[in-house]
Design a binder for this molecule. Structure first.
Ligand SMILES: *Cc1c(COP(=O)(O)O)cnc(C)c1O
Length: 404
């Protein structure tokens, strides 16, 4: 009986659901429609270990070329040790919002470290990058204001923009001239203006033209924010996209996450002291949520120390990506991300499956994460990949006819 229920639950087109249950009917119907378009997502148990090895559903280890752990710091012994030490000293959880009693002493050190790496007066650490974006944007702009955003910004920026109720205009991806057109047309009718981009676009691996956007923003009294989720620890000597593009002084709002190259969890904004003070007083996703577990903060702090001091480690992921792309005849990447656009959902899933059979984990990204018809494999490289694993990946891709 238990087995039957389980079987029924795992199949969206099953007829054995209680027909009077409109809620479950709705969910199953929705899932069936997604399944038909190959857009249903499922979770698998993934046990990660050092050097990008992971075991899916308890199976033989695969080498992952799909993580955002660009420096392998999530499994770095010193980082793990720092997490343990923080838990030993301050406990497993933080107990309350940071503004109540959840602001354990490691936070101050972490925020000073982020501000120093980013070259700003101060920083605010949030529970995650997602929480940072849904908190920062509505704190800075409201319904009389304007947001100019790249059409490919991350989904949590969209969430933050919606919460702000500001007027939002999108410019074509990385198209500075289009952004200028939108500002010329709409800026005057609004009070404050925020310009938002990703520093590095996670599905394409390209970098925002921050210098040109920054100069443009300055001309129109617009505040430029870069989401450096994929840029901190990977480009600009590890300091992110502002430094990689020579846009120092032009990006007053540097946002990012501690969950990718930093290998831990949490989000941040680096900015001037008044901006950070305002964020800590008004951002709802900063105030009305519990502080991070001390272990996450301790791990981030240690990881950022390594990023600051180990230049060879920071340079390695981009180097590996460039070697891979060159051999396979793909455009030269400036980041650790190499997209290989396949086309349909089915073909992308097939390619991913073939790589799995060869011992590699490379996820197929499909709509709505990427535009229709551009389902792709997204290869991401990490400092902790071994040369031999990259060499074998190249060999396998050539054998499977994957490449430019
Ligand atoms: C991953 C990501 C986020 C979210 O960060 P989390 O800390 O994982 O919530 C935000 N923006 C971009 C561009 C991202 O890639």
């Amino acid at each position: 009986m238990q087995q039957n229920v389980k079987a029924a639950m795992s199949s969206p087109d099953s007829q054995s659901v209680n027909p009077s249950d409109s809620l479950s009917d709705f969910a199953f119907g929705k899932l069936a429609a997604l399944e038909a378009r190959n857009q249903r997502r499922t979770l698998v148990d993934t046990a990660r270990s050092a050097a990008m090895a992971l075991s899916v559903n308890g199976g033989a280890p695969l080498i992952s070329f799909t993580d955002n752990d660009y420096l392998g710091l999530s499994t770095h012994p010193d980082v793990v040790l720092a997490a343990k030490a923080a838990a030993d000293e301050y406990g497993a959880g933080s107990g309350a919002s940071r503004l109540v009693t959840g602001n354990h002493p490691l936070y101050r050190t972490l925020e000073e470290k982020i501000a120093s790496i980013k070259g700003t007066e101060d920083a605010a650490v949030f529970g995650s990058g997602y929480l940072a974006n849904v908190g920062i944007i509505p704190t800075l702009v409201g319904k009389d204001d304007l947001i100019i955003a790249d059409e490919l910004v991350h989904t949590c920026i969209h969430a933050g923009m919606q919460l702000s109720r500001a007027t939002v205009k999108f410019f074509r991806h990385n198209d500075v001239a289009h952004a200028a057109e939108l500002l010329a047309k709409h800026r005057a009718a609004h009070s404050r203006c925020l310009m938002v981009v990703d520093g590095v676009y996670s599905m394409d691996g390209d970098i925002a033209p921050l210098k040109d956007l920054g100069l443009l923003a300055r001309d129109h009294d617009a505040w430029l924010m870069n989401d450096d989720a994929h840029a901190l620890g990977t480009i600009g000597g590890g300091r992110g996209s502002m430094y990689a593009t020579g846009a120092e002084g032009l990006v007053p709002l540097q946002m990012g996450t501690l969950s990718k190259a930093v290998g831990s969890y949490g989000g941040y904004l680096a900015a001037s002291k008044p901006v950070i003070d305002l964020i800590k007083t008004r951002a709802r996703s900063f105030i009305y949520t519990t502080g991070l577990p001390p272990a996450a903060v301790g791990a981030s702090l240690k990881a950022l120390e390594l990023i600051e001091t180990d230049a060879a480690m920071v340079a390695r992921p981009v180097k590996l990506a460039q070697v891979f792309a060159e051999v396979l005849g793909l455009p030269r990447p400036e980041t650790p991300i190499v997209p290989l656009v396949i086309g349909t959902e089915t073909d992308a899933l097939d390619a991913s499956e073939q790589l799995t059979r060869e011992g590699f984990k490379v996820i197929a990204f499909r709509p709505p994460t990427v535009p229709e018809g551009t389902s792709r494999l997204r290869f991401s490289f990490s400092a902790s990949h071994r040369d031999a694993d990259v060499a074998r990946l190249i060999e396998v891709c050539q054998k499977l006819g994957l490449g430019g």
